[in-house]
Ligand binder design. Sequence first.
Ligand code: DX5
Ligand code: ZN
Length: 217
Amino acid sequence: MAVQINPSILSADFARLADEAQAVKGADWLHVDVMDNHFVPNLTLGVPIVESLSRATDIPLDCHLMIEDPDRWAPQFVEAGAGSVTFHAEAAAAPVRLAREIRAKGARASMALKPATPIEPFEDLLPELDMLLIMTVEPGFGGQAFLDIMLPKIRRTRELISRHGLELWLQVDGGVSAETVERCAEAGADVFVAGSAVYGTDDPAAAVRSLRAQAER
Ligand code: DX5
Ligand code: ZN
């Protein structure tokens, strides 16, 4: 289970996205938070910016869609150059069909769960996915405090993945920092999104390296 560190550009300077991608050399993926002010109370960016960003960096893009109607939009993010597209379980009308469409278009398919959404009803869907994202804050904003109460859910999800013998990646997003990354890793997460803990420092590349070292411990 190789550790991956995905800096979230939500905490970067949006006027300098190409440079900000350059600043996290060594990161596995660049996490791109798409918000529509309906699924979450915040508005960020859409397909054209993902298209430009994918041309501007070699780091693959991990697009996290916090939007309504992902069934309609997710395929467009694959076409825009995303290597992985995450839709929310609470928003997708037909998650199996959507995951298959994302894969058929050539990207990794991933599904996210808000803190109050349990994993158990989705157990049978796991083979359709390449990654599962467990939110460790309420989605919508960077810089929020990590929700410790999500640790048992991370643990249960890792057990389900093992029980089914799946190669699924398990991502955590929200409040991941030097203080919390080890607990997430210990609970079974292997892909770590970090916004403020990377871009909120003077040396984002060093922050990526030290988060990785802590997660690998
Ligand atoms: C929150 C976003 C996160 C956010 C994480 O809704 O999905 O990706 O950027 O930011 P931090 O790491 O600062 O909690
Ligand atoms: Zn995110």
